[in-house]
Write a protein that binds this ligand. Structure first.
Ligand SMILES: [Zn+2]
Length: 300
């Protein structure tokens, strides 16, 4: 302690000397931001406007407002890294329900993708490419299914296998083993075949309309259940109904999700922050023209 006081005294003497002798006024301007204290961290990153939270993969982007991010990127970069993340629900025949993609239409879409040189990538690959310098094939796309309908396994899985594609299921955890929904053995088999099983809450609420405690349990309990049941990390989320607000987004980050997907139209792009990623809606009777249009224009 005595040594510290002597040290501080010495520093102040040098300061005074410089000001008196050199008349260097610029030091005075810098001084208010520097505090000398017993707590060494005062002089660390926090005093310079950086977060002192434990280092995170997304820290650098967190400190940049979106507008800054947008300004710093060229449109070419964004084109190269924008990826269509297709989203489906059920693959089944049911007239009048646009959430159920008829199997023949689904297969025609997969054939179109293959015939036109598109390559299926996983959400992990997408994440690495967008935020950590990973690479993607020339024409990447991602398939996602929301909710976890059993036909994702019985109908879509064999089709995707045939084309060499994989997908992600955003699974509502309380639906697992339920009638019409995926079972644990089915989820395990999908995961063992390169599919990713990611979060879609416990009960599929409108997250902006439930209380803060419920938001946390919806996000956390579903993540933990899937991680425990499948022995794999669950780092990504799709907002039920595409519904969120600022508090929800904060809870999603704090619960440890690295990316979250909305239902807003357009390709997913690193210029949007990782918790507001857009997707390409695929619905029954959209037709091949509309399907291909959405695969050719990031802002369709
Ligand atoms: Zn859903």
């Amino acid at each position: 302690m005595t040594k510290k006081i002597i040290g501080i005294g010495a520093v102040l003497c040098v300061f005074l000397l410089l000001i008196v002798i050199g008349g260097i006024h610029c030091f005075a301007a810098a001084k208010p931001s520097l505090k000398i204290s017993d707590n060494a961290s005062v002089l660390t990153l926090s005093s310079l406007g950086f977060s002192t939270q434990p280092s995170s993969k997304n820290l650098a982007r967190d400190t940049l407002p979106e507008s800054e991010n947008n300004k710093s990127k060229t449109s070419n970069e964004s084109k190269n890294l924008a990826v269509p993340i297709l989203y489906y629900h059920s693959v089944a025949l049911q007239a009048g329900n646009e959430l159920r993609m008829p199997p023949d239409q689904f297969e025609a879409q997969m054939a179109y993708l293959q015939d036109n040189g598109y390559q299926s990538v996983t959400l992990d690959q997408f994440y690495q490419a967008e935020y950590h310098g990973g690479t993607l094939p020339a024409k990447p796309f991602v398939i996602t299914f929301d909710d976890g309908y059993v036909d994702n396994y019985t109908t879509a899985f064999p089709v995707l296998k045939k084309y060499g594609f994989t997908a992600t299921v955003f699974m509502v955890s309380s639906y697992i083993n339920g009638e019409h929904f995926l079972s644990w053995p089915q989820l395990t088999e999908l995961a063992n075949n390169g599919w990713q099983i990611e979060g879609h809450t416990v009960d599929h609420p409108y997250l902006s309309k439930v209380n803060a405690k419920t938001v946390i349990s919806e996000l956390k309990d579903s993540k933990e259940l899937l991680e425990k049941g499948l022995g794999r990390p669950v780092d990504f989320l799709a907002y039920p109904y595409g519904d969120f607000n600022d508090e929800v987004v904060l809870a999603v980050k704090n619960t440890g999700y690295e990316m979250a997907f909305t239902t807003e139209r357009g390709w997913a792009d690193h210029q949007t922050d990782a918790w507001h990623l857009h997707r390409v809606y695929c619905f029954a009777n959209m037709g091949m023209d509309e399907f291909s249009r959405r695969l050719q224009n990031p802002n369709y």
